[in-house]
Ligand binder design. Sequence first.
Ligand code: ASP
Length: 343
Amino acid sequence: MTKNIPNILLIYTGGTIGMIKDPETGALRAFDFDNLLIRIPELKLLDCNIKTTSFKEPIDSSNMESKYWVEIAEIIERNYDTCDGFVVLHGSDTMSYTASVLSFMLEHLAKPVIFTGSQLPIGDLRTDAKENLITSIQVASLQHYNKPIIKEVCLYFEYKLYRANRTTKINAEHFEAFASLNYPDLAESGVHLKVNNEYLFKPNQRKNLIVHKALDENIALIKLFPGISEQLLRSIFNAPNLKGVILETYGAGNCTTQDWFVTLLKETINNGVHIINVTQCSGGSVMMGQYETSEKLKKIGVISGKDITTEAAVSKLMYLLAQDISPKLFKTIYETALRGEMS
Ligand code: ASP
């Protein structure tokens, strides 16, 4: 069998990786893509064909919006048949959100989509951008019998490949900016690139890619804190068009047992709003019913987010709310792992 030279599409959305310092203010701002490529002549040495495309106006990922998620999904859709893998250059601030939502938008994905970026711009002497970019392209190019080895949305940063919808940005300073506390690394880059095959997502290969472009943003994300008031929560739950709430609770999914709180949640669920229980802890899982302080939530129909990250919980909620799912089935589907996002 002759070896296929993989075609990789590099998609530049913005982020520190391609930024330069504004000479007047000293603040970092997005730069154009051609300048970025000139700074990495090493790309020519890689064993793949690289095509590139870029957002017309690259953004700092803190300006991320769902229209950009659709734009990334559409770029992948247009190039899906002719490319063997995709590398998305993205700012690290909201990378876990974008990469998580793309994992839901791209149903039956059977090729690698690797998100990466960097903590220092590519032009900086001490940059982490080159290693992140070069290894991401190598990961996207990995093949076995001319078929991609990775068939899911991943995030590569500082020598580690993660399942994207399991990641969280944990550090604004260290090069190791991301963690996947509830799922093992998919690969590690040392002297060799070691892929942990047993942890890779195995999609149904007989199905064709479906790109879901509808997302419903009528949701709220609430982090509980001791002393949170009924008035505040009521005003959020009464927001017009609210359809779903991610409730970040304590520990294994616990919260206050005060009557007003449980009654308010019950009323909200009865009004057709889905409430998902996600833990504030970076690692571990919601286990409703383990303590008295979560038993009531289980009884009133709160959905368990299990060990999902907040980023994946938000994305999954936007994705599922835009699907035509009956209110009765919603809880069961949300509690099912769709793209390996929960255990
Ligand atoms: N603010 C930047 C962004 O998210 C940070 C980064 O790229 O690391 O676009």
